[in-house]
Design a protein around this ligand. Structure first.
Ligand code: FES
Ligand SMILES: [Fe+2]
Length: 356
């Protein structure tokens, strides 16, 4: 597959801001002022007294002092440089060094939604933010599911992480010791586009399971059908439905074990990426033996991805992208994703105000 690089997103493509991204796990937000960079914009967030989330730009409109270094009193945040005070909607309500100044001063405010244990933020044009676009992830809060979660920071552009997840043939090599089995790279797969989403589906028949799946399912060395359905949902989300089919289940054992692997992908800066992840399962609910094993084994795999992307990023940064790249048939999903990301990035106007 040859394709002009100019139509594929890469590490230098402007970050897409008109998108709902996960800013934080909900459990992390409290009365502390917390600073985080989202798509290159530093924001400060905290819980208001009523429990809802306030997010302001972490940059005082006076002289750029980080508001996260300021003081929270009730729901009001005071900048510790010259004392401007902001309400949780970002409106300046006190100007102690210039009390007769009647100008309306604002610290930018961002659309924010707390749902299903995560906090979504829209860092782009607030007028375009539509809560209906936030994907429903019932596996994170509905009965019948348990999950483990974690966070990794990738020293790489977010397109690289999306591409990693859209070509799972790397399981057999990069993750040979945990997710991968030798059959994985050669298994037939199908790619299709459904609306704005891109789907990559792989089915391995009569396959052994890697330990990361064989231990929690307690299927050991039994040969099973392994079905992996990965969806590029948006610049913010990659979702994998991984089903293990036991074609001859023992009495009282399920025929299908379902895992959902959820990667929230949030550009931090042009060349660094937040990865909030969760792995949900629909079996052995409440079994205390499962979470530690699942968390540890998935984390090992995700850290292998992080190391790989770090090495790739260093090459691309040091030597530039002019080197070119070859494409393989297994890149089909990744190429479609990069084309889509490039289109979305180009569609965004340069004049967007991130601060509302
Ligand atoms: S920088 Fe915040 S009040 Fe001056
Ligand atoms: Fe991986």
């Amino acid at each position: 597959m040859n394709e002009a690089a100019s139509i594929l997103a890469d590490r230098d493509t402007p970050l897409i801001r008109n998108c709902w991204y996960v800013m934080s796990f909900a459990a992390e937000a409290d009365r502390q002022l917390r600073s985080r960079k989202i798509a290159g914009i530093a924001v400060v967030y905290f819980r208001r007294l009523d429990g809802s989330i306030a997010v302001l730009r972490d940059r005082c409109p006076h002289r750029s002092f980080p508001l996260s270094k300021g003081v929270l009193d009730g729901d009001r945040l005071t900048c510790l440089y010259h004392g401007l005070t902001f309400d949780p909607d970002g409106l300046c309500v006190a100007k102690p060094t210039n009390p007769d100044n009647a100008a309306e001063i604002r610290a930018g405010r961002f659309p924010v939604v707390e749902r299903q244990g995560v906090i979504w933020i829209w860092p782009g044009d607030p007028a375009l933010a539509d809560e209906a676009e936030i994907p429903d992830l019932p596996w994170l809060d509905q009965p019948g599911w348990d999950h483990v979660s974690g966070y990794l920071n990738f020293p790489a552009n977010y397109v690289a992480l999306h591409e990693n997840l859209m070509d799972l043939s790397h399981f057999a090599f990069l993750h040979a010791g945990n997710i991968g089995t030798p059959e994985y790279a050669e298994a037939p797969f199908r790619v299709r586009v459904e609306g704005e989403r891109i789907n990559l589906r792989r089915v391995l028949e009569d396959s052994p399971l890697p330990s990361l799946l064989s231990v929690p399912t307690a299927l050991g060395s039994k040969r099973v059908t392994r079905e992996t359905d990965t969806w590029w949902m948006s610049p913010a989300l990659n979702l994998t439905h991984s089903n293990v089919h036991d074609n001859a289940p023992a009495a009282d054992h399920p025929g299908v074990y379902a895992f959902k692997v959820i990667h929230f992908i949030t550009p931090e800066t042009q060349y660094t990426t937040h990865n909030f992840w969760a792995v949900a399962r629909d079996f052995r609910l409440g079994d205390p033996a499962i979470p530690a094993h699942t968390h540890a084994s998935f984390k090992v795999a995700f850290e292998e991805d992080r190391e790989a992307l770090d090495w790739i990023e260093q090459r691309q940064r040091d030597e530039g992208l002019e080197f070119g790249e070859v494409h393989l048939s297994s890149d089909k999903g990744g190429i479609l994703m990069r084309r889509r990301m490039k289109k979305l990035a180009l569609a965004e106007s340069d004049s967007l105000s991130p601060t509302g």
